[in-house]
Design a binder for this molecule. Sequence first.
Ligand code: ADP
Length: 387
Amino acid sequence: MSNRMTGVKRPAEAGTPDVALAFEGVGKHYGNAVGVDMLDLQIPAGELVTLIGPSGCGKSTTLRLAAGLERPDKGTLRVAGDVVADGRRFVHPEHRRVGLVFQDYALFPHMTVAQNIEFGLDRLQRSERRARVGEVLDLVRLAPLAGRYPHELSGGEQQRVALARALAPRPAVVLLDEPFSSLDESLRAQVRRDTVATLRETGTTGVLVTHDQTEALSLGTRVVVMRGGAIEQSDTPERVFERPATRFVASFMGDADFLPATLHNTILKCEIGVVSTDPGWANSDLKVDVVLRPHEVALHPDPQSLAQVSAIEYYGAFVLHHVRLASGRTLRSWQPHTVRYAVGTAVAVTVAAGTTPTLLLGDHAITAPPQAGPANVQAPSLPLPLS
Ligand code: ADP
């Protein structure tokens, strides 16, 4: 991609401990394959950042670079202000103040819970080590299980040991690689809540890789969407979902349908009629695509309408209706479980009240008429709250 959208960079603060983890122009290639390309990302202390993107987009490479399991080809990496990798320096993982929680937890099977946690504390005196192990066992509510071996623990308990082991040396940042993916669905929600609570309680900065959109949105204070080795959007969960910066983010982070539309003198109109009017678009005359998510699309039966329900999917609390418009394009609409229009029902389609849909010019979101200048292309990222 030529115009990569990157996280906001504030060089002035990059070298301070307020930024727990900073990538500055970091590149990593594997032969001809791009791992990450010109990655700029700063993670302020105390944030929990979720990294998401399609398989092969560079999430693991980003985590492995931060951990010191890979060396960057170019750029600078800092942990709590200290350079840990650049053209000259390379700090090894054990000296980086970075904790790791792997997908399979990677606990030592021949060690007890307490011994697993104590493992990374060899630089402390014996008495300090014991005290610290006790503290983190209490933190993750595992003190009664201190003498057990990993095979004597449930999946959720193993995950808590892995988190405790990562937190024990008081790292500046904990990196979590799909930490919930091997847990049963029923356990996952609780373990997620516990993990986030533990990170918050200790004020620990976290970077969590996930392929699950709901997890990325619900856990992260910031969501970083990656694509092809670069950051597509780095933003709050609300903005990533409600104000996607690009067509890719709109369709990757939740269901989205796209309809060609015209913006003419404040009026945004597409096949289903006038979508919105906004004085900010005065004097505009543009062809755009409007992004509609299923919760923004309203339906009601109307025998006069040329739009028809083409399929329905029952999800329990909600029923997803697929609607074929006169043009042959399809929109999706969430309806409550009490509403189920049969396939073939003619329906009038409108945009739900209060919706301000995202507009795309080409593949990028716009928020104001383009003739006013490049500032109108939606900023991909919010400034980081460094204060
Ligand atoms: P993700 O974690 O998002 O699935 P990765 O960071 O694992 O993506 O991979 C990014 C790109 O780098 C992919 O094209 C992948 O094939 C490539 N890659 C990752 N690790 C290696 C490696 N050790 N050797 C060669 N290519 C690799």
